[in-house]
Design a protein around this ligand. Structure first.
Ligand code: HPA
Length: 277
């Protein structure tokens, strides 16, 4: 099938493909990072749609990422979860990387809950910590908004003050408090990857004000804000960033630590969603 060239028409075509399988109108778009995808298995009344059945979403090849959209319900809230995401380092255009998230907003989601596995740049962060993202540094060298702007989707020059919605952050903090969890807070730096950073780069990131570092999320946040969705971001700190621990970061460790915090992560997402009702 040849895709229409304009983004709005491509989103309509993708939305039709989703609606052919599920009539659910999602309220929350959930992007699940490395090792965190299992949350989608907890959704009730779930319908899973492989990315390759949705025109416009590139295939997802990274281990730890399933590559399907799961529409369902959690805590009485309609959720569309991306079980696995597409990364810039796979060679996709920035616009293609965020197409899935744009689709979920196009389908009706007004909250984007983006999650990732991240390295701790702030030495006070420990593997296994959950960090509420307060702000971001887009260090990918590009933007999801490069190219012609479609005013039907959002403005040419969207502001990025309060990119991570203060009210949603308050809700996440309340949820964590109610569960008795410590929820750390900090600034997420998103880099292109796919190599992990050098220790010198990690020192640079700390100087720039980063608390955690990863290879995703920042473009999705730009696209969500462009379309007017409110954003909440959570990092699962899976390792100390390069140079801050004797061992170098590795993807197996990232997936393993993310899997270990699964219970906390699932409980926190539940506490957040419940408060969105
Ligand atoms: N650096 C970049 N991305 C990551 C890391 C890291 O240390 N850990 C998990 N994702």
């Amino acid at each position: 099938m040849t895709l229409p060239s304009d983004l709005h028409a491509r989103l309509d075509a993708a939305a039709d493909a989703v609606r052919a399988r599920s009539s659910r109108v999602p309220r929350v778009a959930l992007v699940l990072g490395s090792g965190l995808g299992a949350y989608a298995d907890t959704l009730t009344d779930a319908v899973a749609i492989p990315y390759d059945a949705i025109p416009g979403i590139p295939p997802c090849h990274v281990s730890g990422h399933a590559g399907q959209l799961v529409l369902g319900e959690a805590e009485g809230v309609s959720v569309a979860a991306m079980q696995g995401r597409v990364h810039l380092y796979e060679g996709h255009d920035p616009g293609d990387v965020v197409f899935g998230l744009r689709l979920l907003v196009h389908l009706g989601a007004d909250v984007a809950l983006v999650t990732n596995a991240a390295g701790g740049v702030n030495p006070e962060l420990t593997p296994g910590d959950l960090m509420l993202i307060t702000d971001q540094l887009n260090l990918t060298g590009t933007s999801a908004l490069v190219g012609p702007n479609d005013e039907r989707l959002g403005p040419r020059f969207p502001p990025m003050n309060d990119a991570f919605d203060p009210e949603l952050r308050e809700i996440a903090e309340e949820g964590a408090r109610a569960l008795g969890f410590e929820l750390r807070q900090g600034v997420y730096a998103g880099l292109l990857g796919p190599a992990y950073e050098t220790p010198a780069e990690v020192r640079m990131l700390r100087t720039l004000g980063a608390d955690s570092v990863g290879m995703s999320t920042v473009l999705e946040v730009l696209a969500a804000r462009h379309m007017g969705a409110r954003v909440l971001g959570l990092s699962c700190i899976t390792n100390a960033a390069a140079g801050l621990a004797p061992e170098a970061p590795n993807h197996d460790e990232v997936k393993a630590v993310a899997a270990q915090v699964r219970e906390h992560f699932v409980a926190l997402l539940g506490a957040i969603l419940r408060r969105l009702l």
